[in-house]
Write a protein that binds this ligand. Sequence first.
Ligand SMILES: C[S@@+](CC[C@H](N)C(=O)[O-])C[C@H]1O[C@@H](n2cnc3c(N)ncnc32)[C@H](O)[C@@H]1O
Length: 647
Amino acid sequence: MPDHDPHRRNDRRDDPNRRNDRRDDPNRRRGDRDRQPRGNAGESRRDDAGKNRGNAGGNSRDDPNRQARRSGGGEVRRNAQGRERNRGGERRYSSAAPARRGRAADPARLAAFETLRAVSADDAYANLVLPARLRRHGLTGRDAGFATELAYGALRSQGTWDAILARCVDRPLDAVDAPVRDALRLGTHQLLAMRVPAHAALDQTVALAREVIGAGPSGFINAVLRRVSERPLAGWLDEVTAGLDETAAAALRYSHPAWVVRAMRQALVAHGRDAAELPDLLAADNAAPVVHLLALPGLGDLAEVLAAGAVPGELAAGSATIAAGDLGRFTGVKDGTVRIQDAGSQLVARALAAAPLAGRQSTGRESAGTEGTTPGTNVGATPSTTTLPGTGERWLDGCAGPGGKAALLAALALQHGATVTANELAPHRAELVRRALAPVPETTWRVTERDGRLIGDEEPGGYDRVLVDVPCSGLGALRRRPEARWRRTPADIAQLGALQRDLLRSALAATRPGGVVAYATCSPHPAETIAVVDDVLRGAPGVELLDTPAALDAAALVPLHAGGTAASVAGGAAANDAGDAGDTDDPRRPRHGTAQLWPHVHGTDAMFLALLRVPAGGTAGAIADAEPAGAAPDPTDTVPTATPEAS
Ligand SMILES: C[S@@+](CC[C@H](N)C(=O)[O-])C[C@H]1O[C@@H](n2cnc3c(N)ncnc32)[C@H](O)[C@@H]1O
């Protein structure tokens, strides 16, 4: 399914996928920024001629390795002098086999292939490349849907397909030329995941390969895919996972890196859920997400999208869900009053806007609840420009780019009589924030381009409500970012930790006594969520962790139970009562106060939220730099725990 977030359409730099990418990290040193993107080093590896040839069954007609040897696919070719040809780059293949010339590749498969090539060769982002390829090939409707499922699905399932393909070739899969490998992944996805008839999957993939790679590799691809087609998916999964431990088996079965599988299991337990949910969570990462829409409160109207088949959102007021398609055709989407935004993100903004402040009377809670908190009343909400009695509050979004939550906050602020400062360090993302805020009257907001870590010093106690939606690994949005799971590493998480802590400390310092900070991430990883909150809280005496699950429930249309399942929370409470988990130092313990949404439970991204209130009599800026807790989860994934497979 295409990602329809208009903020991510035009420019790789604008992609939230890249928000933690080292090359796009505005906090990073200049030297890092100037490094070249990853090249194709891994793609030009070649086998030495003559090696890896021996292989059982090598004389069989159907033996892909035999076919490969005949066709030359994936092997070194030599010139008359015996020197390797095409050593410097990708192999160039002849599109010989004249009888086959003129047979055009199916445009949908071609668009998917080009997307995979851009991802693996150019380090591109599928959700930016694919829409352009769809346009280039004139694909709409079902054809666009087919291309999208093929490209995104093949990328998400790459780990599983590669394990299967590795059983069907006679050399390490890495040694097969990258374009050939991508074609094999596309063919395998059609055969095992898309219910495309085997003959069509084979013929079409081979035709594609012949046209875009060459005649020789197409024979190799044909032979390998024939072998893949010999078994159904279940049979292959049984074979590739046989004898593996639970984590390694889940990694292959659900196509996640093993470290992510361990991190997700650890996260489930840490956030008060059952580790047995892991398969559902991993499966949810592989499902195309529905598109969530939001009508900016008081400014947008869902009537047009509902008339076009959208369904009222079940979680957030003023929201709807709709199948993928060209959403740019809707007036509201065009003018920015109807936005594409995950319901989890909507609820984060609403929970902050409604959180109870201390030390000063606020009307925020009441006014946030005035526009449709009863299920169904959000349907086609009539736009209203009524401004409620002003609170005069000052709100801050410390990490606002590209502006999704800032736009909702600004619309809510307009209703509250509050103002919003939307801050973003990266100038090109600050520009996106301005665009996102454009539908809201300018008197309500301003955009600043500062390092969020400094705002606490620059404006101590300057704000009533502060959102700090920190740069994170994005492990909570893997379903939207098909290739992201293969690019992230545990080192990314370790690297982000210091920045996340600094941004939260600064947010607290920028909050007036009695004001509230919302710390949010689009990752459930304990090292990015509860460990950060715990560490910062230890150095911030008097700062109170509010009952965030209850605040989310109040902001939502239905109870979310975002603090964990009843059983696990009760277990955690019993442990707390027994005194063995009374402190919050062990982030693997079920805990109370923070909230975690889940794709497999709520149908949202895995957003984390902690609402923290600065003491009413406290002094802003007294936030100490506490050392990380000894028991904080090791992002490199080596923490042993009592929970089976929890590390
Ligand atoms: C998770 S994204 C925020 C998403 C945003 N809240 C939304 O809903 O659209 C984090 C943002 O923080 C920005 N950022 C990174 N480091 C920053 C810093 N030191 N100060 C301010 N912003 C920063 C990134 O450029 C990125 O745009």
